[in-house]
Structure formats: structure tokens, C-alpha cells
Design a protein around this ligand. Structure first.
Ligand code: ADP
Ligand code: ADP
Length: 225
């Protein structure tokens, strides 16, 4: 895992300040969930950490290093976004190995890593299939395997379970929590689901109008909501 620190991060779109002086710090192995109403700035914040959006000001530090100007694939961040679909023209194996290709990992190691991840998400038999031949839940597990295949110290989740039905969502939550515990990967997850936020997190961040209203452990949030 990694230590992640945000220092007075702001984001403006023209005259509109959508993120205002956000600061927090999470430790190696933390699971932070970000809760808040629609439009609070949750996705924008995650996109800045991921590298899809530049910050307007402030710093984002991972293990003390400012990553603001680092290209996406050099940030070593695994991502699972609701609307970041699998590549439809690639097989499951090809999808999972894609991040390794970008990082110029050797062929034999790629094969080994992909097989390992397929087993981890319990899709050992599905490597040669195409995404359209899988169920929604299976596709999301492939996406999770792709997010984790390069052993990132940081994992970002943006409502990855929103499109799944309730039972699958519960299952996926357990799977993600299990992987989080096993790998100690520092995780930040955006969700609308308060129960999900409180059960999965080591820390909960409540956002409103582009600001952090509260950041505390789930127990503290239960006791003083
Ligand atoms: P949340 O994820 O909490 O629903 P978002 O981060 O998506 O919130 O959006 C925060 C605010 O920023 C919203 O008011 C949204 O309309 C605005 N916003 C997001 N992206 C853009 C953009 N590309 N241009 C202008 N405004 C944007
Ligand atoms: P919005 O919040 O407006 O729906 P999106 O979440 O679709 O915006 O993301 C904006 C852009 O970032 C899109 O072009 C999308 O393809 C791209 N994007 C999102 N997640 C990823 C990812 N994990 N890897 C590469 N591109 C991504």
C-alpha cells in the first residue's frame, strides 16, 4: 500500500469552483470511502488522483511524492470506474494483460500474471472469451483483475458496483474487501451507498459542495452522524 496526502486541492471549471481546498491523509492499507450527494465533487476528486483531470492548485502526494504532473500510467494506480468498460474487441486475457503491455512487461511474466489474476477473481476458464460473452458481474471481475494485475499500491473505485443487482453487489463488496485485506492496497472508493461506505471503510470522508465536511472512522460516524 501507500500513503496518500491531499493538500488544499482545488479544481475550477471556468468560474466555478467544484473542489475547494480539500485536504486529508490516509495511511498504507487504509480503505477510504467518499460519501456525499450528487454534484459534491467526488468523481472529480478521484479523477485528479487518477490523472484524468489536472488540479487547479494544491498537491497530491503519494508516499511523499507530488504526482500532479505524472502521466497516468506512471502513477501506478489501479482503477475500477463504473463507466470504464472492458475493451470489447479484446479477449478477457488481452484485457487483463493490457496494463502490463503499457509497462513493457515480458511475455512469459505477462502470461503468468494474467493466469494468476484470472484465478484470483475465479474466472480461470474464461480467458479466451470476449466481454460480451460474460455476465455483468463477470465483466466487473475482469475489470478488477485488470485494475490489479500490475500490483498497484493504490486502488481507486468509482461506483463500480452501481450497475449490479443487490446480491451481486454484496458479493463484489466482499471480494473487493478480501482483496484489500490480502494485498494491503490503499483504496479510495466513491459511493452513494451509505451502508457500503460504512461497512467497507477504515475511514469515511463526507463531501458536500466541493468540500470535506467530515472525515472519521465508521464507528465515529455511527456515533456522531
Ligand atoms: P459527484 O461525483 O460528487 O456527483 P462530480 O465530481 O461529478 O460530483 O461533479 C462536481 C461538480 O462539478 C458538479 O457540479 C458538476 O456539474 C461539475 N463538473 C464536473 N465535470 C465538469 C466539467 N467537465 N465541466 C464543468 N463542470 C463540471
Ligand atoms: P463523466 O463523469 O462525465 O461521465 P467519465 O467518467 O466517463 O466522465 O470519464 C471521462 C473520460 O475519462 C472518458 O473519456 C473516459 O473514457 C475516461 N476514463 C474514465 N476512466 C478511465 C480509465 N480507468 N482509464 C482510461 N480512461 C478512463
Amino acid at each position: 500500500g501507500a500513503n496518500i496526502r491531499l493538500e488544499n486541492v482545488c479544481k475550477d471549471y471556468g468560474q466555478t469552483n467544484v473542489i475547494k481546498y480539500v485536504k486529508f491523509e490516509i495511511e498504507d492499507g487504509d480503505f477510504l470511502t467518499i460519501l456525499g450527494p450528487s454534484g459534491a465533487g467526488k468523481t472529480t476528486l478521484l479523477k485528479m488522483i487518477a490523472g484524468f483531470e489536472d488540479t487547479s492548485s494544491g498537491s497530491i502526494l503519494i508516499n511523499g511524492e507530488d504526482i500532479a504532473r505524472k502521466p497516468i500510467h506512471k502513477r501506478n494506480i489501479g482503477m475500477l470506474f463504473q463507466n470504464y468498460a472492458l475493451f470489447p474487441h479484446m479477449t478477457v486475457n488481452e484485457n487483463i494483460s493490457f496494463p502490463l503491455g503499457i509497462r513493457k512487461v515480458k511475455k512469459a511474466e505477462k502470461k503468468e500474471r494474467v493466469a494468476e489474476m484470472l484465478n484470483k477473481v475465479k474466472l480461470g476458464e474464461y480467458g479466451k472469451r470476449y466481454p460480451r460473452e460474460l455476465s455483468g458481474g463477470q465483466q466487473q471481475r475482469v475489470a478488477l483483475a485488470r485494475a490489479l494485475v500490475f500490483n498497484p499500491p493504490v486502488l481507486l473505485l468509482d461506483e463500480p458496483m452501481a450497475a449490479l443487482d443487490k446480491q451481486l453487489r454484496k458479493h463484489m463488496q466482499l471480494e473487493i474487501k478480501e482483496i484489500h485485506n490480502a494485498l494491503g492496497i490503499t483504496t479510495i472508493s466513491v459511493t452513494h451507498d451509505q451502508e457500503e461506505a460504512l461497512t467497507m471503510a477504515t475511514k469515511v470522508c463526507i463531501m458536500k459542495d466541493g468540500m470535506v465536511e467530515q472525515i472519521a472512522s465508521p464507528v465515529e460516524i455511527y456515533e456522531r452522524p
